[in-house]
Design a protein around this ligand. Structure first.
Ligand code: TRP
Ligand code: ZN
Length: 871
């Protein structure tokens, strides 16, 4: 595999040449789009050694992939002394020897309709669209495709006038006129220097929603949202969210938008959630389109957060960008943190924080424990697309959050201000960011920086010295070796601590902000009490696994008396996990009735707080439970979880019915109060469904038929999936006929089918893959059907005969040649085989070997699969 060579962070070298201006002329055609690229180049100061003359000492090597070269001109003259090496265009140094600056004109063509990778320029649903991050620009034209080459772009697009009413690129529209043969010419200019990964082009026939925003300095910004024809009414929430995000960034960080126009386009074919191209965001349509009939409360929440995320990138990512892709967390960790703060302010701190902690515990901890473990700033990469990970994004955001906790909101703001003052218009590193935080606050963050280079999840073991009468809490931290790194050091950890007396009274510990900083392997805190229960890691103040020998009574005490709603929720989850673990080890155990009575009492305390109650009524997923075991038997764990839910339903039935009776159906509005009521109802109905009675089924059917919104409909479908197979199938048929034409809604339908417990799940999946709304080339469909199955259908995927693993592998072999980026995302549950019992491991390894033996396996899959088999 000659192409699978790892790049190393420490091998970074500044570019030999700079490209200051880019002029692109793009003549759109489905199979033969012609790109003429005129580059104003300059020999970079870095390329000149001290005793040399003026010119570069190295060849100019322009990246290129799947391009057809037509011609090259150097300073206006036809030029033929180039070489093509592994797709790259090489201009020999000798040809540039006398030049400090020069103009290179390159003409090439690409084939958008046959581009299934959804990188570079592609044509789908009759619209042209580009995706250049991370290294997709090289699939459009020959270029220095690296984020530290910044240029001013002018883009001219020629397209058929009738088919493409909207032809867009970055920046400001400077010209639009008709040409002969029913074509037109549209020209855009972006005055801000940017790396090529932020370039974008979109051409299609859309509905347009317009609005405007007046910035804090009084400038009026035009806002435009483009969606598929007929869907304009589903764009209002996204547009309102955009205005909120613009205002929030001004209020909280003093950051104002810079161009005169901000455009967002929604497309159905997209590899990720959305992309922050300068002035022209491209979104997966599922993160734009929403109304009460088609979107759930969660969809409304996610849209606001992703609209915010991409908008916030304008400063954290675009104005200040990354020097190289190893620094990806510089923009992603920081921007995820910013979008979380935004969601907390707009919607709710507790719900936002809990959903984030679930991502960490279910997915990031698993990544750190598996073969792809890497620090938030990776050291070695084969395929960059494989490093858009929960580690870089979500653990990256946790690291920024710790800085925010340690420096306080004011100190953090001072650091941000200094960061922009120093680096606006530059491509920088994670160290540059931390240095700005450090210098603005006159603190030393050298030890803290270890978070950027050390992978793995630290375990913090806490013991109370009560047995030895010492009145102390002793902390020990340890990080196990990971697949990528053997030696680990003690990290700088802020741990929020509260101590409660048995009476529930809070004990004063004399800690700054209730936070104890553990900056070495061991340390302790004195507690002035004879008997206490510690409440640890409140707000998930550091991304660690906490280990303290709590009793059931301790959990119940915290659920009742902690001053933090977050900690009450966290204790409920730990309590459920320990009870499920009892059932895992002994199937026939009947949990003692006294537990249920006490649990009910604790839950009743939260009845005046539906936000907390709905979270406490949600039982940890199998995926998060799996993290608590060394070698889990997935089928046994799934059975133990179900057994727990059955007992919980039996013992808490009256209480649950009482809540159900107290929630009235209201006409749908996306407000915090209504969302929390719907969530409580959803949790209660799902729990009650474990009774599997005809009465419950009838109740669900009635509620499904009278629901006026997508949230409640989905609740009833999920509950019926638990309650009765016949009802589930019946409601799913009715849902299908109602939403058959709505691609985004049908994704939910595919996902529900894929997570059904059923002995013939594989034949169902095969049938669904031939459904007329299914399309192997559309990542949303693939994620809904195959992704939901592999990630969330424990019983099907981990079937005892290995058929689930085989099914996924067959599918990946088909997908890889079309869209390797998505294939590599879906292989994740398979490469994390080491969490599972031996018999499962063997069957999973067998499928991984099948993948590795495939000729022409993509770099994407090769990197993950080969690592999983060698580590
Ligand atoms: N930068 C995008 C974000 O906001 C991520 C992204 C979108 C992406 N599309 C992509 C990354 C395609 C790699 C490939 O997080
Ligand atoms: Zn991002």
């Amino acid at each position: 595999m000659s192409q699978a060579i790892a790049k190393k962070r420490l091998d970074y070298q500044a570019p030999n040449y700079l490209i200051n201006e880019v002029d692109l002329v793009i003549e759109l055609d489905p199979t033969d789009t012609i790109i003429t690229s005129t580059l104003k180049c300059e020999t970079s100061p870095h390329a000149i050694s001290s005793n040399a003359g003026v010119a570069s000492e190295q060849d100019l090597i322009l990246d290129g992939e799947d391009l057809k070269l037509i011609s090259v001109f150097l300073n206006g003259s036809a030029f033929t002394n180039y070489r093509i090496e592994e797709g790259k265009l090489v201009i020999p140094q000798a040809e540039l020897a006398q030049l400090t600056d020069f103009t290179l004109q390159i003409k090439n063509s690409v084939d958008p309709i046959n581009n299934g990778s959804l990188e570079g320029l592609y044509l789908s649903n009759e619209a042209y669209c580009t995706q250049c991050e991370a290294e997709g620009f090289r699939k459009i034209t020959y270029f220095l495709d690296r984020p530290d080459v910044l240029s001013v772009y002018t883009v001219t697009i020629i397209a058929e006038k009738a088919a493409f009413p909207h032809v867009l690129s970055n920046g400001n529209l400077v010209e639009e006129r008709d040409l002969a043969d029913g074509k037109k010419l549209v020209k855009w200019h972006d005055p801000f220097k940017k790396p090529c990964y932020l370039f974008a082009l979109v051409a299609g026939n859309f509905d347009k929603l317009s609005d405007s925003f007046t910035t804090m300095s009084g400038r009026q910004i035009q806002l435009e949202l483009f969606v598929d024809k007929g869907k304009a009414s589903q764009g209002h929430h996204a547009l309102a969210s955009l205005k909120k995000a613009m205002k929030w960034d001004e209020d909280v960080f003093g950051l104002e938008y810079d161009l005169d126009i901000y455009m967002v386009v929604a497309v159905d074919f997209f590899n990720m959630g959305a992309m922050e191209n300068k002035g022209l965001n491209v979104f997966n349509s599922k993160f734009v389109l929403a109304d009460s009939n088609t979107a759930t409360d969660d969809d409304f929440f996610n849209i606001e957060s992703i609209i915010g995320h991409e908008y916030f990138h304008n400063w954290t990512g675009n104005r200040v960008t990354c020097r190289d892709w190893f620094q990806l967390s510089l923009k992603e960790g920081l921007t995820v943190f910013r979008d979380q703060q935004f969601s907390a302010d707009m919607f709710s701190y507790l719900a936002t924080r809990i959903s984030q902690v679930k991502v960490m515990r279910e997915h990031q901890f698993a990544e750190d424990a598996g073969p792809m473990s890497h620090p938030i700033r990776p050291d070695e990469v084969i395929e960059m697309n494989n490093f858009y990970t929960v580690t870089v994004y979500d653990k990256g955001a946790e690291v920024i959050r710790m800085l925010h906790t340690l420096l306080t909101a004011d100190g953090f703001r001072r650091g941000m201000d200094l960061y922009f003052e120093r680096h606006d218009g530059q491509a920088v590193t994670c160290d540059d960011f931390v240095n700005a935080m450090q210098d603005a606050n006159e603190v030393n963050l050298d030890h803290f920086k270890l978070w950027y280079s050390q992978s793995g999840t630290p375990r913090v073991k806490v013991e109370s010295g009560l047995e030895s009468g010492s009145k102390e809490l002793n902390f020990t931290q340890r990080t196990n070796p990971t697949a990528d790194q053997a030696d680990k050091r003690a990290l700088y950890l802020p741990i929020k601590v509260e101590c409660l007396e048995r009476s529930g009274r809070k004990i004063d510990l004399n800690l700054n902000n209730d936070t104890f900083v553990l900056d070495k392997a061991n340390a302790s805190v004195t507690v002035p009490s004879e008997d206490f229960v510690p409440v640890l890691l409140s707000d998930f103040s550091a991304p660690v696994i906490l280990d303290y020998p709590y009793s059931l009574e301790d959990y119940l005490l915290i659920m009742t008396f902690s001053s933090s709603d977050y900690s009450k929720w966290d204790a409920s989850q730990a309590l459920y996990s320990s009870l499920i673990s009892e059932l895992y080890h002994n199937e026939s155990v009947e949990l003692s009735t006294s537990v249920w009575g006490k649990l009910e009492a604790a839950l009743r305390q939260a009845c005046n707080n539906y936000e907390l109650l709905n979270e406490m009524l949600t039982i940890p997923s199998v995926e998060s439970l799996t993290q608590g075991f060394e070698f889990s038997e997935p089928l046994k764990l799934s059975a133990a979880r179900s057994a727990f839910l059955v007992q919980m339903q039996e013992n808490l039935q009256d209480f649950l019915l009482e809540i159900m009776a107290n929630t009235a159906q209201k006409s749908y509005e996306y407000t915090k109060v209504q969302v929390n009521e719907r969530r409580v109802l959803s949790a209660v109905l799902q729990l009650l469904s474990y009774s599997k009675t005809p009465e419950m089924a009838a109740q669900l059917e009635k509620r499904f038929n009278s629901a006026d919104n997508m949230t409640d409909k989905l609740t009833m479908l999920k509950a019926s999936q638990i309650c009765s197979v016949e009802l589930f199938e019946k409601l799913m048929l009715s849902f299908e006929s109602e939403y058959l034409e709505n691609a985004v809604v049908m994704d939910k339908w595919f996902a529900l089918h894929a997570t059904t417990k059923s002995n013939d799940i594989l034949s169902k999946l095969t049938l669904l893959a031939s459904h007329r709304q299914f399309n192997l080339r559309n990542p949303n469909k693939v994620r809904s059907l195959v992704g939901s199955f592999a990630f969330y259908n424990t019983d099907g995927f981990h079937a005892i005969d290995g058929s689930g693993y085989q099914f996924l592998t067959d599918y990946l072999l088909e997908l890889d040649p079309i869209n390797p980026q998505i294939a590599a995302r879906l292989v994740t549950p398979l490469i994390q085989y080491k969490k599972f019992a031996k018999s499962h491991q063997e069957m999973m390894v067998m499928q991984l070997k099948r993948l590795l033996n495939r000729a022409n396996l993509s770099k994407d899959l090769y990197e993950k699969v080969s690592k999983s088999l060698t580590s």
